[in-house]
Design a protein around this ligand. Structure first.
Ligand code: DHB
Length: 397
């Protein structure tokens, strides 16, 4: 087979939020990169993911020259509601920590990033296959991939950035004796739906109930996003619209008479829940970022935000590396990024365990969770931790 040769400074595997943002930030510093992605552009831009952006993520998008619609089309949320024991309790972010979040779906962020990279003549290859990493523990690493037309390219580089998510190839290029994996699974998943209905509330509602967790979110004035805790093996096809609405309504019902505005359900699926961290985040010239290095359960929507925080640190590390050729810049990346990763791991785990019902839970567990939620919502000190973590810790310099 004919193999063509190419060269760049940073070979980026994966055109998700981490890979695309990294290539944009590097370009702004005059560092050349090539992004390779196994999925097609349409699929990336059409896959429904979470929708909450931390203040720092919005700041990064708007201040780094990305042509983003987040301020024009996203919605600012200054608080969330925690609902338990049939009543709602608002956590006021602006009052507690002077920060807020934005509701702007991940696939819209991806559309903005792809359009910006293409208009800046960024080199992006969608629909590639057989991505292989080689010599990442040398000063001359390379990757190889086959494009849509069957042509194989060998891409030599200085750095490989593994931004290819939890089932990508980058993570597996670490030798077994180097990689330390920290993992936790949960005995439940999320049943997610999109429905054609008006919003049921002005802000997101995180609900704890005897029958399990439910989250009421939104997408547009006419499309709503909702989730409810389910068995991880649940088959979405077994659920009629009526059964889904019944389950959601039962979980949010309460003495205040609150109920959800129902509509046609046009998208449904089950999302797994797990916590995962790979350490170190670097092996030689291969550096992982985003979901390739860590996964959080979805409660609290930290996944995309953590990916953006990683690549901000990584872009600075690479700027230092290319200016000096000193490894100490690469050495600093993982430890700096991991500090935020573990805080976000704790927050996501904590939100999950506080709000979900374990399949084996008894009366003690349920009452203890209500006690925890009561402590949190009735105390400024308790609420402030949630507000601070939810809106996101300041990005490290
Ligand atoms: C959404 C998803 C989340 O995991 C979350 O915590 C909040 C909102 C969403 O998809 O809108």
């Amino acid at each position: 087979m004919h193999i063509s040769d190419s060269r760049t400074q940073v070979a980026i595997i994966g055109a998700g939020p981490a890979g695309l943002t990294l290539s944009h930030l590097l370009a702004a510093q005059g560092i050349d990169s090539v992004v390779v992605e196994t999925r097609e552009r349409d699929e990336i831009e059409g896959t429904i993911r979470a929708g909450i952006l931390e203040q720092g993520t919005v700041d990064l998008l708007t201040s780094s020259g990305i042509d983003t619609r987040v301020l024009a089309e996203g919605t600012r949320h200054e608080g969330v509601e925690l609902r338990f024991d049939g009543r709602g309790h608002r956590i006021d972010f602006t009052d507690l920590v002077g920060r807020s979040v934005w509701l702007y779906p991940q696939h819209e962020v991806l559309k903005d990033l792809i359009a910006t990279r293409l208009s800046d003549n960024g080199r992006l290859h969608f629909g590639v296959s057989d991505v292989a990493l080689d010599k990442v523990d040398t000063a001359e690493p390379e990757i190889a991939f086959t494009d849509r037309d069957g042509n194989r390219t060998r891409l030599r580089c200085d750095i490989v950035a593994g931004c290819d998510g939890s089932s990508g190839v980058s993570r597996n290029a670490f030798p077994e004796d180097v990689a330390q994996d920290h993992f936790r699974s949960y005995p439940f998943g999320w049943f997610g739906i999109l429905t054609e209905a008006p919003p049921s509330a002005p802000e997101l509602i995180y609900t704890h109930s005897e029958r399990g967790f439910a989250l009421i979110s939104s997408r547009t004035p006419t499309v709503q996003r909702m989730y409810f805790q389910c068995d991880p093996q649940e088959a979405p096809a077994d659920w009629s619209d009526a059964r889904i609405w019944d389950e959601l309504q039962t979980r949010v019902a309460g003495e205040d008479g609150f109920s959800l505005k129902e509509g046609r359900i046009f998208q449904r699926g089950v999302i797994p829940m797990r916590s995962y961290v790979r350490a170190p985040m670097r092996h030689g010239r291969l550096l992982l970022a985003g979901d390739a290095a860590h996964t959080v359960p979805p409660t609290g929507a930290k996944g995309l935000n953590l990916a953006m925080a990683d690549v901000r640190v990584l872009a600075q590390a690479l700027e230092g590396f290319f200016a000096t050729r000193e490894d100490r810049h690469l050495d600093a990346y993982g430890p700096t990024a991991l500090r935020r990763v573990w805080r976000a791991q704790h927050f996501s785990y904590w939100m999950t365990s506080m709000l979900h019902t374990d399949p084996g839970a008894g009366a003690f567990d349920l009452q203890r969770q209500r006690g925890e939620l009561d402590s949190l919502t009735s105390s400024r000190a308790g609420s402030t931790y949630l507000a601070e973590a939810y809106t996101g810790w300041p990005l490290s310099p």
